[in-house]
Design a protein around this ligand. Structure first.
Ligand code: SF4
Ligand code: SF4
Length: 204
């Protein structure tokens, strides 16, 4: 058998005196260093449902599920933290800077990986003409707020922002007929808006 080297003997004696350098987790909680990045958590008051966090996530562990059959339609973000690498890109690139934050929770082991999820729902707006998803309502309100008076150049933003104040009609259902000038004043997707503007400028 190989004889232990002097350095290893010295290390063993030192460990007896100083104690182990490893933590005693799971028998005792760990002492977390400053800036520790633990489980990401959504914050409903600050999340606007824009899905920028899902776009930048390197492991693609945030699913974006647009449920347009619900009334009202909703966007559900489902973060699978069993696939998360705790890089913090979601927090760093969050549009509001506070919608998702990495906390100090680190003991995330479980037997059922399907239970390792963090979810949030936001109301979704769809095009009043073709039903295509336009965006989360809170996201459009956020944009309108940032634009201030400039939002009055965009009918969708006018209707969403003024609708919140009760200044726009809530029931704007339309039939299946051809597009008319009245349709300019609707919440629309970019495709329908383009068709409406071209029709307004050059006719059919
Ligand atoms: S507000 Fe932040 S947390 Fe919410 S969807 Fe947008 S990027 Fe993600
Ligand atoms: S911390 Fe990184 S891996 Fe985890 S959800 Fe955020 S962006 Fe994705």
């Amino acid at each position: 058998m190989r004889k232990p080297k002097l350095r290893e003997v010295a290390e063993a004696i030192k460990a007896l005196v100083v104690g182990p350098v490893t933590t005693r987790f799971p028998f005792e909680p760990c002492e977390l260093p400053a800036g520790f990045r633990g489980k990401p958590t959504f914050y409903p008051d600050d999340c606007i449902g824009c899905a920028a966090c899902a776009e930048v996530c390197p492991t693609k562990c945030i699913d974006v599920i647009d449920d347009v059959r619900r009334n009202p339609p909703v966007r559900r973000l489902v973060l699978h933290y069993d696939k998360c690498i705790f890089c913090g890109h979601c927090e760093l690139n969050c549009t509001t800077e506070k919608g998702i934050r990495l906390g100090s929770e680190y003991d995330l082991a479980c037997f059922d990986r399907s239970a390792c999820v963090e979810t949030i729902e936001n109301e979704l707006l769809v095009c009043e003409i073709c039903g295509t998803v336009v965006g989360a309502k809170k996201q459009l309100l956020h944009v309108a707020d940032r634009l201030g008076a400039k939002r009055y150049a965009n009918p969708t933003l006018i209707l969403v922002a003024d609708g919140e104040l009760g200044l726009a009609p809530a029931d704007r259902k339309r039939g299946d007929g051809p597009l008319t000038r009245e349709d300019l004043m609707r919440v629309t997707c970019p495709g329908c808006r383009r068709t409406l503007v071209l029709q307004e400028l050059w006719g059919e």
